[in-house]
Design a protein around this ligand. Structure first.
Ligand code: GLC
Length: 741
């Protein structure tokens, strides 16, 4: 009897086994699951999954048990839910998040471990919030310091960007949440982002603007890429034959989904054929205020289905899109092995604090005014940026943070048990608003006093203070580091220059902390002893800044971009309006913007022009001192292009700290013009006073190569190269020559 029972059980199990379809069997290979699911889907179901059904979601396949797919902004934290078909936030009370520091701060940490921890923490927040894809990170290159969204990106150098984006993507996706690396490609300014057609050499495209995306795809294995609004070769980047089909999918082997930017699709035939897989956005082409719930009118929606039924298209392109969407499903929503999500956990706040601590840059510290010695002292804190919340605003990366500690609150918290007195003076009035898509800061920053009165009050108080710490900069309001607009000038807004100059004139212990994602002109730089670049730091801003200012954190951030004295030192602004913002075509529908500076972006430009910026790319000071010496190559001849270098870094000061040793390569002789030097390796290293560590840095043939426009491939020409090491692009203290055979 028992034997029969066992047989019966086995038969049932094998029946059960037979009934579990391949696509639902987690033990099966993803590609087999994709093909099986595809074979079961109707035409209507295939069309449903390739376009939005609401502001941030696309349909799953109900009948087959595949859930709807939810995306959400953004690179710095998980955006609060909006209403089904509105930009306005839904007013939920369960979707406050941790606001992590802006990606410029992450880049300034020069610490890939920070990037991995950042991506992982963000992935856990997204998982808890039920999101399958985070619309980020952004890796567009700082071509101009006026770029409205530079604060969302990782600086001016393609190598630094590529080293920092890979671990971020891997950390995020290790949670089973897809990244959507954006905005691919050449979306380097905001004002006319929907109309700009970029004209650029192949060398500049491949050497400067693509490496961040290429690394994210080839090494990071990104599951999503977001097409950019702008055009290249006269095709919108959300459906662009050259950038999507040829470079991304064919050359780089990208197997994920190409998601349009919101409203970035403009043409059915191109949307079908030129590499777009998921159409998201506002109404049909994103630029006309159409009917709400217009999702049936999207290009990859009913119109496409009708065209297939009428025989205009086979299902060839459709099936390719659906395969990629299904692969995304099996990597995320259909992946039963996904870990747990957490929201606002201590571990996430720790990551936010660590990234802030490692990204804040000490630009200048004459007379070692910093760190502040607060015992028995009176500190005057000045500036709207000392009190204004920065996590709301700036465009789609805006957040509803569970909390945000302002710089003033951070100092007050850290000094509450000391005998130090803190006073505050507004100093200037900038943007008293504080809302975005219905999320409000709740702050009342209204102040009707005149600029004169505000400056006089601050100056009078400064005369009686032991230290003055001014928090100024930008604030993510329109034209001040914000999506949709570029800055009109590098100057500080709201009369801050006058305020800073007046205060520095009466107090020699003045510190200026700049809060921004971009560099700003600082005409008073010689009058202010200490200057700190504070970034948009998110929830833990005040903690991060107070720790640096009071010395419990020894700053170790290094600039991810060149801090120009003025726009005259920037290549993008050296060729007239044709190079920026571009020249409108007849009919003012398209504006041609020619990247005339080519590969000479950032320090590559100032090196070539022998100009001295205010602060160099890679610059960052510490409360201790370091020296970088004794650079050696394991061998001074290479045939395969691979090189291993060793270099000593010594802490020659009195307190523990971290330095970023940077390796730059010069191609001494080449058949084409090349930059004076290019960053090709770096490592952050922590050292006790007096300690020396020997750092190993490796480069490969790509590090010696340029993009050969005649062959459409990378090329390293045999001959002599020079490797330089130092802890800033303008502080290279040792070099070694080597030869590529
Ligand atoms: C915006 C941005 C993009 C964002 C998307 C959704 O226009 O360009 O970065 O992810 O739309 O908000």
């Amino acid at each position: 009897m028992k034997y029969k029972l066992t047989l019966l059980l086995l038969a049932c199990c094998s029946m059960m086994q037979a009934q579990t379809p391949v696509y639902l069997d987690p033990s099966k290979d993803i590609e087999a699951r994709v093909e099986d699911a595809l074979s079961r889907m109707t035409l209507a179901e295939k069309i449903d999954v390739i376009h939005a059904q609401s502001k941030f979601s696309s349909a799953g396949v109900k009948r087959l048990g595949m859930p709807d797919f939810w995306t959400d902004d953004g690179p710095h934290g998980v955006r609060p839910d909006v209403l089904w078909d509105e930009w306005e936030q839904a007013g939920q009370t369960n979707d406050s998040c941790v606001a992590f520091p802006a990606l410029t701060c992450l880049a300034a940490s020069w610490n890939p471990d920070c990037a991995r921890a950042y991506g992982h923490a963000l992935g856990e927040e997204a998982l808890y919030r039920g999101k399958g894809m985070i619309l980020g990170p952004g890796v567009n290159i700082y071509r101009t310091p006026l770029g409205g969204r530079n604060f969302e990106y990782m600086g001016e150098d393609p190598y630094l960007t590529s080293r920092m984006v890979v671990p971020y993507v891997q950390g995020l996706q290790s949670c089973g949440v897809a990244s959507c690396v954006k905005h691919y490609c050449l979306n380097n300014d905001e004002e006319y982002r929907h109309q700009v057609n970029v004209i650029i050499s192949d060398r500049a495209l491949h050497e400067i603007y693509l490496p961040g995306f290429e690394a994210a795809v080839k090494e990071g294995k990104a599951w999503g890429i977001m097409g950019a609004y702008n055009l290249y070769k006269d095709e919108h980047n959300c459906h662009n034959q050259y950038t999507l089909n040829k470079i991304l999918k064919q050359d780089w082997g990208f197997d994920g989904v190409v998601v349009s930017d919101w409203g970035g699709a403009h043409n059915l035939d191109q949307a079908v054929k030129n590499g777009l897989d998921m159409e998201f956005g506002t109404w049909t082409d994103g630029l006309t205020m159409g009917a709400t719930n217009a999702y049936d009118n999207y290009y990859l929606s009913k119109g496409y289905q009708k065209a297939i039924v009428e025989g205009k298209y086979t299902t060839k392109e459709l099936d390719e899109k659906v395969r990629r969407v299904l692969r995304l499903f099996f990597r995320t929503t259909m992946n039963k092995q996904r870990p747990y999500g957490f929201l606002c956990s201590e571990s996430h706040y720790e990551v936010a604090q660590k990234v802030a601590a490692e990204g804040i840059v000490l630009l200048q510290n004459e007379g070692n005014v910093l760190p502040i010695k607060p015992e028995g002292k009176k500190i005057l804190v000045v500036g709207e940026n000392a009190i204004k919340m920065m996590t709301v605003g700036g465009g789609s990366s805006s957040l509803k943070a569970q909390h945000e500690i302002s710089p003033l609150q951070g100092l007050q918290a850290k000094l509450k048990d000391s005998n130090c007195r803190i006073e505050f003076a507004r100093g200037y009035v900038g943007d008293v608003g504080g809302s975005y898509n219905g999320v409000t800061t709740g702050q009342n920053l209204k102040d009707d006093r005149s600029a004169e009165e505000l400056i006089n009050e601050a100056v009078e108080k400064a005369k009686a203070a032991d230290y003055v710490v001014i928090f100024g900069g930008l604030n993510k309001s329109d034209y001040q580091d914000c999506e949709g607009h570029d800055r009109k000038t590098m100057d500080l807004p709201y009369g801050q220059d006058k305020l800073i100059t007046a205060i520095a004139a009466v107090n020699r212990q003045t510190v200026y902390v700049n809060i921004s994602g971009n560099d700003v002109s600082m005409p008073w730089r010689k009058q202010v002893p200490s200057i700190v670049q504070g970034w948009f730091l998110g929830s833990e801003a005040g903690i991060g800044l107070a720790d640096v200012l009071l010395g419990s954190t020894n700053p170790s951030g290094h600039l991810p971009f060149t801090w120009y004295e003025s726009l005259d030192q920037c290549g993008a602004h050296s060729f007239g309006e044709a190079a920026f913002p571009g020249i409108w075509r007849e009919g003012k529908k398209i504006i041609d913007e020619e990247y005339k500076e080519g590969i000479y972006v950032g320090y590559r430009w100032t090196d070539m022009k022998k100009q001295k910026p205010a602060f160099a790319f890679g610059h960052g000071l510490s409360y201790t001192t370091f020296k970088v010496t004794n650079l050696k190559a394991e061998s001074n001849v290479t045939t395969d292009g691979n090189m291993t270098f060793k270099v000593d870094v010594t802490n020659t000061g009195t307190c523990e700290g971290s330095d970023v040793v940077q390796l730059y390569i010069t191609d001494s002789k080449c058949s084409v013009d090349r930059p004076v030097k290019e960053l090709k390796a770096f490592q952050k290293v922590s050292l006790k006073p007096g300690e020396t560590k020997t750092v190993t840095l490796q480069t490969d043939k790509r590090a010696l190569s340029f993009w050969d426009e005649t062959t459409g491939d990378w090329k390293a020409e045999p001959g002599e190269f020079i490797a330089w090491a130092g802890d800033s692009s303008d502080r290279r203290t040792c070099k070694v020559k080597f030869t590529l055979k």
